[in-house]
Design a protein around this ligand. Sequence first.
Ligand code: G3P
Ligand code: MG
Length: 257
Amino acid sequence: MTLVEYVRSTPFIVCAHRGASGIAPENTLASIQAALDSGAMMVELDVQVTRDNALVVFHDDHLDRTTDGKGLICDRTLDEVKSLDAGSWFDAKFNREHVPTLAEALLLVKGRAYVNIEIKPLIASVESATNIYAIVQTVIDAQMSEYTVFASFDHHALLYIKSIDPHLNTIALNVPNDQRLPHEVVRECLAAGYGCSLEELTIERVEDCIEHHIPIGVYTVNTPTELEYVLELGVQGVVSNYPDVVTKHYLSLRHSS
Ligand code: G3P
Ligand code: MG
């Protein structure tokens, strides 16, 4: 089933944030595998670009927090980045984890779950457009475009993605302090979905999404209490560091209702 068909047919989606980043080192194959094992139907990944233009699954600009390397990732070649330990900072048992390429991550998810690729805000430039194009092309090469959504706070990047192919799925992430209603935000950047943080979630935003048939997802929802709160408001999807906890609780609520 394509992502569009799935969103239409399911009442609720759990998306693993940077993989199951609460139980395995974020954005590694281990965290992606943990997300798949937890039953998450979607996996969110961040992408960075190395000095030699390789696309890798990585959140920060700098290597320091989540590897044993230092400095900007864009200053290192793929070989240099691949040589780093991307797991021990989380737990010694993950010392064999390395930074995956986007293609490696897609291969692991393919046929098992949908992918949410977050495009980090970029300074408008030919280089940025080239990088976004390369991300999209990697998804197309993996034959995953119908199973992928591109999410971003950078709404110009989303417009650019739609200009590459209007069938590509996008989600507009709410820019902090943007007071516009979701339908105004998604209309401007042609996004099919809307995302905001738990702190930004309001009844007005949810009602606006329901009125305009816009799927709304919320990040980051990690506990049963948070899950019940967003379900009560009518949210259709959550991004979670603990997709195992959230999925289990969602299923238990459904069984008891
Ligand atoms: O899904 C949105 C969320 O991933 C945005 O924040 O910093 O975790 O990439 P961040
Ligand atoms: Mg992200």
